[in-house]
Write a protein that binds this ligand. Structure first.
Ligand code: ZN
Length: 199
């Protein structure tokens, strides 16, 4: 009997431990539930973002339009602290757009867990959606990724990503805006005779 009690206690402790591990992912998901960082993208509300001449916007426009953190990273080529971005753990289907101008940049299906603390993708929506520039700022040659429509600094691209591209686009969360897959993208259907067949 003296030997059985510790075994029983050990079993209870193991069960409690397993329960705690089970509960933890749920709590973590709740913290990361926001679609993007607070305030990011608010200046785009109500705008037809495809018709704006984004490259004509000057620095004072951006400073007024963006959140301080967004301005510092996207317009001053800063880097946000790792593991802090609201889109880091977002795994929902859809596309991540530029938080400065709304251009679609990275499909959610190319997002992968890089372990770096920054949202990471292996491919952009298209090669024309981002521009790559040489960056010598840190005393080494890196490839800077910028939005092709508004020149926002997004992050850097490295050659240690997964298949099929082998690329790792390491992007600041604050430069990204979530767009859900269900969001209407198609132009409004022209008025036509309804033949009763639906679509
Ligand atoms: Zn942009």
């Amino acid at each position: 009997m003296k030997r059985k009690l510790p075994i029983f206690l050990t079993a209870v402790l193991v069960l409690v431990g397993l329960l705690a591990v089970q509960l933890n992912p749920g709590a973590h998901a709740a913290v990361a539930a926001a679609d993007h960082d607070p305030g990011v993208g608010e200046h785009l509300e109500g705008l037809d973002v495809d018709t704006v001449d984004w490259k004509a916007k000057n620095d004072s426009y951006w400073e007024a339009a963006l959140t301080p953190a967004q301005y510092q990273v996207c317009r001053r080529a800063g880097t946000e602290r790792p593991w802090t971005g609201a889109t880091l753990n977002n795994k929902k289907a859809g596309v991540f757009a530029c938080s400065s101008c709304g251009q679609p940049l990275f499909p959610a299906e190319t997002k992968f867990e890089s372990g770096t603390g920054w949202p990471s993708f292996y491919a952009p929506v298209s090669q024309s959606s981002v521009s790559i520039k040489a960056d010598l700022a840190m005393g080494m040659l890196r490839e800077e990724v910028v939005c092709s429509r508004c020149d926002a600094h997004l992050g850097h691209v490295f050659n240690d990503g997964p298949a099929p591209t082998g690329k790792r686009y390491c992007i600041n969360s604050v430069c990204l805006l979530r767009q859900d897959a269900t969001e209407p993208k198609a132009p409004k259907a022209p008025p036509s005779q309804d033949n009763g067949n639906g679509h």
